[in-house]
Write a protein that binds this ligand. Structure first.
Ligand code: ZN
Length: 170
């Protein structure tokens, strides 16, 4: 009974630490290798990509947003994957309410906004690493909290500028 109470307490505490953290300058990357598929999910406040978190209001902001979206859509340039694995980009899906990308949940009216990107690649072999080019592409980002899931299990890694290599145990 005591154990059950503890589990319930943990479950109810979950959203506090496992929910969507919104910390400017930080991003989350979930990297999963499953058979021949490599999936990378990016979750970041828009501030880290653009310096603002709402729909663009000027020509310069529109250009900045277009450029950020183009950078994210060029997944094979943004993520340099272990060449030995011979991975090719399969899909990029971007969700962001302020930028009207995808069927994202309506923008919160707290003045903040996020972007979620899902990048998939098809690989001939399991890659040993991915170099994430996010720090080069987005100067406002300073930290990436990475969670990796491969056949070897799960692990966490924190990338701090300028580090970019994510190891993928196999
Ligand atoms: Zn914000």
């Amino acid at each position: 009974m005591k154990k059950l109470a503890l589990c319930l307490a943990l479950a109810s505490a979950l959203p506090a630490w496992a929910g969507k953290a919104h910390e400017h300058g930080a991003a989350r990357l979930d990297v999963a290798v499953d058979g021949g598929t490599l999936t990378i999910v990016l979750d970041t406040p828009l501030d880290g990509l653009l310096g603002f978190e709402r729909a663009p209001r000027s020509e310069a902001e529109t250009r900045a947003a277009d450029q950020a979206v183009a950078t994210l859509r060029a997944a094979d340039k943004l993520f340099a994957i272990d060449a030995a694995a011979r991975c090719t980009p399969a899909s990029v899906e971007l969700l962001s309410a302020p930028l009207k990308l995808g069927a994202a949940a309506p923008a919160k009216d707290d003045g903040h906004g996020d972007l979620e990107g899902t990048f998939t690649f098809q690989c001939q072999a399991a890659p040993a690493f991915v170099d994430a080019g996010l720090f080069k592409a987005f100067p406002r980002l300073s930290r990436i909290d990475v969670q990796v899931a491969t056949a070897k299990g799960q692990r966490k890694q924190v990338l701090k500028r300028p580090a970019q290599r994510i190891e993928l145990p196999r």
